[in-house]
Design a protein around this ligand. Structure first.
Ligand SMILES: NC(=O)c1ccc[n+]([C@@H]2O[C@H](COP(=O)([O-])OP(=O)(O)OC[C@H]3O[C@@H](n4cnc5c(N)ncnc54)[C@H](OP(=O)(O)O)[C@@H]3O)[C@@H](O)[C@H]2O)c1
Length: 321
């Protein structure tokens, strides 16, 4: 079958190992289901994999892609939940130390077919297109968990999101605004700041800019480039939720600020199947739709990876199969 996969790992030049070609179809496994992929979306995770973060050379070739929507072998339209936990694990899958997400240990979604445990399939509502549904299981689910489960943000609060153009960040803007939370967005690009406001942000700021007041919570995925600003932006007793560090994590922790202002620094990773179902329900009931920057055929995957690498993206890049 046609697939987009990592054939090599190069930390400095990640696209060197990006290959489009034939890979074996998934083999049948008990309690697993094969999905004919209709759409899959690109995440920064796919670039990390090509750089060798979370993917060892001995697992190559590895089909990339964390999330997808498609049709299962019984003809049902489904969304694929990407967190594969151990079969014996009970409770929140994201806390299973043996969990992985698709394309780390099990072959990913950038292919004509993907195979996952039966419990990782969630019904796709007809209101969402395959392309929209394919944006939800990684970036949008991460944003949902950061906001509602980890920060416990409630209507009337103010949340700051860093790197406003990113897949996770645009999801934070749309979800928070739909939930009655005031969102402030930070982006390096004037165009992205304008688009953030169009998406529902109350105001948008340049990196490091002084805010009108301190916020209840900050949603961090950028890391080193924005960490200091995030800690200065949050009010005493407030929360910084961090789910990524695109620019690295070598910045000072600013521990004095953390303890003196009694800040909570909270990690967040992906989300549970239940949270994915609730996110899908929210999209349907509130008419919320993922922000899609561009849709490309899988055969043009290089173009999508190059756009993400350059940082010139507003929202999600979707591949259709
Ligand atoms: N823990 C998890 O489960 C989880 C899940 C999803 C994602 N992540 C992580 O979260 C991060 C974002 O993922 P994504 O898929 O949303 O990536 P993305 O779509 O590529 O977005 C990254 C954003 O970061 C900002 N950025 C990049 N370089 C920057 C710099 N030098 N200074 C300031 N801002 C910079 C950019 O925003 P502007 O151009 O608007 O400034 C860019 O749009 C990645 O590191 C990813 O691995 C983690």
């Amino acid at each position: 079958m046609l697939a987009v996969y990592a054939s090599d790992i190069d930390h400095e030049d990640p696209l060197r190992g990006l290959t489009i070609g034939e890979q074996p179809e998934p083999r049948d496994r008990e309690d697993w289901r094969t999905v004919s992929v209709k759409a899959a979306s690109l995440n920064h995770h796919d670039l990390w994999s090509l750089r060798g973060v979370g993917l060892d050379r001995d697992r190559l070739p590895m089909i990339l892609g964390c999330d997808a929507a498609g049709i299962d072998q019984d003809g049902n339209e489904v969304v694929v939940h990407s967190v594969v936990s151990d079969p014996s694990w009970r409770g929140d899958e994201t806390f299973d130390p043996r969990r992985s997400i698709l394309s780390e240990r099990h072959q990913g979604t950038f292919a004509e077919q993907v195979s996952v445990p039966a419990r990782n399939l969630v019904p796709k509502p007809p209101e969402l297109s395959f392309e929209e549904a394919a944006c939800l299981p990684t970036a949008w689910l991460t944003a949902y968990r950061m906001l509602f489960t980890r920060a416990r943000a409630v209507p009337g609060q103010t949340v700051l999101v860093q790197g406003a153009g990113g897949g996770v960040a645009t999801a934070v803007i749309v979800l928070a605004s739909a939930a009655g939370i005031r969102v402030w967005a930070v982006s390096r690009s004037e165009d992205k700041r304008r688009e953030a406001v169009e998406l529902g942000a109350d105001q948008a700021f340049e990196p490091g800019e002084r805010l009108p007041e301190r916020v209840d919570a900050v949603m961090e995925t950028v890391g080193q480039a924005t960490w200091g600003h995030s800690l200065r932006a949050v009010k005493p007793g407030g929360t910084v939720v961090v789910s990524g560090a695109t620019t690295g994590d070598a910045s000072p922790a600013e521990l004095a600020r953390v303890y003196f202002l009694q800040l909570s620094v909270i990690g967040s990773t992906m989300g549970t199947r239940d949270e994915l179902e609730r996110l899908i329900g929210l999209c349907v009931s509130k008419g919320v739709r993922p922000v899609i920057d561009q849709t490309l055929p899988l055969t043009d995957a290089h173009q999508g990876f190059e756009a993400m690498l350059s940082g010139e993206v507003q929202g999600k890049i979707v591949f259709t199969v």
